[in-house]
Design a protein around this ligand. Sequence first.
Ligand code: COA
Length: 137
Amino acid sequence: MTTIRLATDKDNPQILKISKDLNLYYPTLSLTDFWVAEKGQKIIGMAQLATYGKIAFLSSVGVVKTEQSHGIAKELISKALATTDKDTYLYTVIPDFFKKFGFETTQEKPADLPSKGRYICEECFSYKCVTMIKHAA
Ligand SMILES: CC(C)(COP(=O)(O)OP(=O)(O)OC[C@H]1O[C@@H](n2cnc3c(N)ncnc32)[C@H](O)[C@@H]1OP(=O)(O)O)[C@@H](O)C(=O)NCCC(=O)NCCS
């Protein structure tokens, strides 16, 4: 059985390992505001939903390779997004995946949006990296 819950400090080593295994790690990564998917005491997926002023920001969405394609990311993202009443932004190179959750590409850059430099997105296929928004319900 898989449980989706907010992460605690005890999860940090596994979150860091998954970040590195999936190439989602960047040096300024802050291990706060993470949601995790837990199966048999093992963390198999994660997503970070942080608040910056008037917006929410989704990042570090990842599922360990052996557990992909079983709907884990879908559960994680749905549960995390249900906890915010703010417009949610993200940066991604796989927009088609996030379109499934109601995100659309945008050129908007609200004042509270953290810069791409903060997430090292400028170094990761920057030509493919788009900004997306899901408007608050
Ligand atoms: C992208 C990722 C998080 C998906 O996790 P997952 O648990 O396998 O996804 P799910 O099984 O919940 O898939 C949900 C839906 O998205 C689709 N999907 C999965 N990966 C996709 C991709 N790369 N592009 C487009 N659609 C994708 C699935 O087919 C599924 O569609 P359906 O609901 O119509 O059946 C996972 O492949 C991963 O960790 N990748 C490496 C890290 C990464 O690229 N993170 C995003 C960085 S911006």
